[in-house]
Unconditional design. Structure first.
Length: 415
């Protein structure tokens, strides 16, 4: 395996830099062997230059080309990996694999499957079999993935253009997979569904491992229940898409339930509800974008989940109030002081000075707080219109206690 691949991926960039510097100090001997035409030394010297970085990388490219021209497998692989060759990377990976270079096999497994229109299940099967024949060392996960490659080979090419984005104007890629797996609006064809799985650029290997045996079984006999792709997702891309579709359906149900609950309200009361809904959506959005962590590929799914919970909490509160289960009497002035103390303490935390702004952020918290004030006042206005027996300050105190909990949760998250 190439030195930089080992250093960069296994031990980390900082340690790699230290080791590379130590190795580079010994490079005159290696350079001497490289200058005498030893292809392996030329490749190793190129890797040392590459690790040194900066302008040394251009010299690294020249030495790597010399080694590749002499047939050194690692150098050939690096023509593709570093983008130094004239052909597409997979061309060099194949050439290096043919010469038995271990890293080439590992890279090819990802380059030939789930590659959109460039998916090549025949070549993937060829190099998987060659890895076994050459006794190439593969980790446990890659050895298990060989079974996925076999399944993709048996399914054959999809013979359908790939959807090159995680979604299209017509449907997400996985909807096509569900169509053929279940015979929904098309002739049932689990083999075609499996081929589309193997072609999909956004399919995670863990998803492949779970889905391929299921669809292979469906080729022999219909599944006992409908295949729902979102039941098997592990990747952030698919979690976001599935969550978006699920939340859209839940929001429609929420709107329907809200309409049924308030069907007998007066026009004035319904007008107050419209104002509350608008203020609620503005607050939920501000809280989602300014007070939640956006790191990780599944952050959209998490944001949708949080917004959905907030909407449901609003509906549940209205159901309680319609059943005369009102907020308890509370001292709004006291609650407001507690909120102000919590808010100031949160914005004064030292964590905000430890790096670039992220979510949650002081700016996001301030924006959410402004939106919350409108949300609080909208609750009080609705209360006055629909439940006049409850004092206005009780509504405000109730909303304020909930906001104190929100801010306390952020503080706990930062600890």
């Amino acid at each position: 395996m190439a030195a930089s691949r080992i250093l960069g991926l296994i031990i980390g960039a900082d340690i790699a830099a230290s080791i590379a510097a130590a190795a580079f100090a010994q490079s005159p001997i290696l350079k001497e062997r490289a200058e005498k035409g030893d292809a392996r030394s030329q490749f190793e010297y190129a890797m040392q230059l590459y690790q040194a970085g900066g302008t040394a990388r251009e010299e690294a490219r020249a030495w790597n080309q010399k080694a590749a021209d002499a047939g050194e497998p690692g150098a050939i692989y690096w023509l593709g990996y570093a983008g130094w060759g004239k052909e597409k990377p997979v061309y060099y990976y194949k050439k290096a694999a043919d010469l038995g270079y271990p890293e080439a096999f590992r890279t090819l497994m990802g380059a030939l499957i789930n590659a959109g229109d460039e998916t090549d299940v025949v070549a993937a099967k060829k190099y998987a079999d060659l890895a076994i024949a050459k006794n190439i060392a593969l980790d446990k996960y890659l050895r298990e993935f060989l079974a996925v490659i076999d399944a993709c080979y048996r399914a054959g090419p999809a013979n359908m253009p790939s959807l090159h984005a995680p979604h299209s104007v017509d449907m997400p890629e996985y909807h096509r997979i569900e169509q053929y797996a279940n015979g929904r609006d098309v002739a049932r064809d689990p083999k075609k569904a499996l081929a589309l799985v193997c072609q999909d650029r956004f399919m995670a290997q863990a998803e492949m491992k779970d889905i391929t045996p299921l669809l292979e079984a469906a080729i022999a006999a219909p599944l006992a229940k409908e295949f729902i792709f979102c039941n098997y997702v592990t990747s952030g891309v698919h979690q976001n898409l599935c969550s978006g579709e699920g939340e859209a359906g839940r929001r429609e149900q929420w709107i329907s339930d809200l309409a049924k609950l308030t069907v007998s309200w007066t026009p004035e009361q319904k007008s107050s509800l419209v104002t509350l809904r608008a203020a609620a959506e503005a607050f939920f959005d501000a809280r989602t974008y300014g007070e939640t962590d956006h790191r990780g590929s599944a952050h959209v799914a998490m944001s949708l989940y949080q917004t959905g919970r907030a909407r449901q909490a609003l509906l549940d509160s209205l159901k309680d109030f319609e059943a005369a289960r009102f907020p308890p009497h509370d001292d709004f002035a006291k609650a407001d002081r507690e909120l102000n103390d919590t808010y100031r303490a949160l914005l004064a935390r030292k964590e905000w000075d430890q790096g670039p702004p992220v979510s949650p952020s002081p700016q996001g918290i301030r924006a959410a707080e402004r939106a919350w004030l409108s949300f609080r006042d909208a609750w009080a206005a609705l209360g006055a219109a629909r439940y006049p027996q409850v004092p206005a300050n009780d509504w405000k105190a109730w909303a304020t206690r909930a906001r104190i909990k929100d801010l306390a949760d952020i503080a706990k998250y930062l600890e």
